[in-house]
Design a protein around this ligand. Structure first.
Ligand SMILES: NC(=[NH2+])NCCC[C@H](N)C(=O)O
Length: 304
């Protein structure tokens, strides 16, 4: 398979969609590794497998309707495999195998058959101490935007998944790309106070637009840099509650078609009425309770 990912929105040809079966029981509070899941466990609203299955089935149907080839990881018993995004990611024709959080490390094994379709010389393995997850990596033509955490207590956060070492290595592999790193606020238990991955606070749309949540960034100047790159009129600003609902984490099938949650009324209307985008609305509320949404559920392999 010839991988090709130049940006977030090019016409999607093939993708891995995570899989919802055998997610195991409700994790205990101390087993959770992101603030949204923590919050759902605490409030006793952690999603049921049947509901996750039906939401992911709706997502798959939309992808198939748009003639996208959909791959799935193999099922590992009693293991959450909804969020394919973080396990590995593609930049141009290279697949970078993430060094994901220990709690999710077993997920990678389920992708072996998919990884085997890629020529070995196009697979990049990183040194063990270079931590990175696909949710923190956003490819945008000449740019790569990367979310990270520079705090001294980086290791104490389960929601800090990408470190400086990994970013330095990517700079060596992709010397022609402009790699911009953004420090994100981190909090493992309070979903309004931290951002798990860059794609929970920022997401490019169409050819020159983006969705952005200002308060996810530690430095306002990072947020401002993105607004300057895209232009103020091309930014859709998300408020605290919308960030909590995971509004930025929608998924583009092409510059003209976005898959979104049907409850994201304010944004979906903006996408349609102001930006002229076709919005495929599906139910994805239950999956949002586990700290990810539509972008997180996918690992794009080929875009036109
Ligand atoms: N790209 C993303 N934002 N992925 C969301 C992953 C959520 C998952 N509960 C985790 O903590 O790893």
């Amino acid at each position: 398979m010839k991988l090709n990912i130049k940006n977030e929105t090019g016409r999607l040809k093939s993708v891995v969609l995570g899989q919802p079966n055998s997610i195991g029981g409700i994790p205990r509070l101390e087993e959770s590794y992101d603030a949204k899941s923590y919050n759902s466990i605490q409030k006793n609203i952690y999603p049921k497998e049947v509901d996750i299955v039906s939401e992911m089935t709706a997502f798959e149907e939309v992808l198939l309707k748009h003639n996208v080839k959909v791959y799935r990881p193999e099922v590992i018993e009693d293991y959450n495999q909804v969020f394919a995004r973080d396990v590995a990611f593609v930049i141009d024709d290279k697949m970078i195998i993430s060094n994901i959080i220990e709690d999710r490390a077993d997920e990678q094994e389920a992708y072996r058959k998919i990884f085997e379709k890629v020529a070995w010389r196009n697979i990049i393995n990183l040194p063990e101490t270079a931590h990175i997850e696909g949710g923190d990596v956003i490819v945008w033509d000449d740019f790569i935007f990367i979310g990270t955490c520079y705090s001294q207590d980086y290791r104490s956060f389960k929601t800090a998944r990408t470190n400086e070492y990994a970013i330095e290595i990517l700079k060596e592999y992709f010397p022609k790309k402009r790699i911009l790193d953004f420090e994100l606020k981190k909090n493992d238990t309070e979903p309004y106070k931290g951002i798990l991955h860059l794609d929970c606070t920022f997401n490019p749309i169409g050819k020159d637009k983006c969705i952005i949540y200002k308060d996810g960034f530690v430095d306002e100047s990072d947020y401002q840099l993105i607004v300057d790159i895209f232009g103020e009129e091309n930014c859709f600003h998300v408020d605290d509650q919308e960030m909590f609902e995971m509004v930025p984490n929608v998924f583009s099938i092409s510059p003209e078609v976005v898959v979104s949650d049907k409850t994201f009324t304010r944004m979906n209307n903006h996408l349609r009425d102001v930006w002229g985008i076709t919005v495929e609305e599906i139910p994805y509320r239950e999956i949002s309770k586990m700290g990810g949404l539509l972008r997180c559920s996918t690992m794009p392999l080929v875009r036109e």
